[in-house]
Design a protein around this ligand. Structure first.
Ligand SMILES: [Zn+2]
Length: 253
């Protein structure tokens, strides 16, 4: 029996109700990547797991190997994310962050760096009050989820010919995988215009650790534009619009 148990840190990305009292959870873990696990009886008020398996929580779980899904046997909250779970604006960003990771990663593929990115992003959404700081953090997350999933956008060398990019680079091609030099840009009808401000921000974020990025104060238009370029890159990979992008746009309108 003991061999069937293991523990892991986890962040709860998604959950759905199953039967009378159970839930199926999609969690992200450092060593096992994305997993679907079962929480039996969790919707009963008497369950010792009740309240310990809420969405977006950072927890330490004990799991038992199961035939179809592994089963949660214990959950200890590492970070309660109270502000995040009490505020509609923070909740919508947490949904976006979770959904992006869920869509961009396959099941069961180990990626501890991606776990740390998710954990730090959720903690920052819980903590940050300013819109600009939050938006910079989301841009950092979008860029680094691409990098850590193996789709690093070309920002320093032309996505087509690999020539070093200078200040005159002003076209982004999601199809080619990043920024184009002026010569290649002329030959790519699908490349979109990019301002120097957005180019500079993306390059800075690519080299940043996240904590230093939060001190930046780019203009609202630069933040929007860099977000649009990153979403083009993500859409190219996902080949369809993310539901939560639509959700956030709805929330803003
Ligand atoms: Zn080129």
């Amino acid at each position: 029996m003991r061999d069937r148990l293991y523990t892991t840190e986890a962040i709860i990305l998604r959950r759905s109700e199953v039967g009378e009292a159970d839930r199926l959870l999609t969690i992200y873990t450092p060593a096992y990547g994305k997993l679907a696990v079962s929480a039996r009886g969790v919707r009963k008020t008497s369950s010792k797991l009740a309240g310990h398996l809420e969405l977006f929580l950072h927890t330490r779980l004990q799991l038992a190997k199961g035939r179809t899904f592994d089963v949660v046997t214990e959950s200890r909250v590492v970070q309660p994310m109270r502000r995040l779970r009490d505020d509609l604006d923070r909740i919508s960003w947490a949904y976006y962050v979770s959904e992006l990771l869920d869509k961009m990663t396959p099941d069961g593929s180990e990626n501890p760096a991606l776990f740390r990115l998710l954990r730090d992003t959720m903690a920052a959404i819980d903590e940050i009050d300013g819109d600009v700081e939050r938006d910079v953090l989301i841009r950092f997350y979008e860029l680094h989820i691409l990098v850590l999933s193996g789709y690093r956008p070309h920002l320093f060398h032309c996505a087509q010919c690999e020539a070093e990019l200078g200040q005159d680079a002003d076209r982004f091609s999601a199809q080619a995988g990043g920024v184009l030099c002026p010569r290649c840009a002329q030959l790519d009808p699908l490349a979109v215009p990019m301002t120097f401000g957005a180019f500079k921000l993306l390059r800075y974020l690519a080299r940043s650790t996240g904590a230093d990025a939060r001190a930046l104060a780019p203009s609202a238009t630069t933040l929007l534009e860099s977000g649009r370029l990153l979403k083009l890159a993500m859409r190219q990979i996902l080949e369809r619009e993310l539901k939560s992008v639509v959700f956030l746009d709805l929330l803003r309108s």
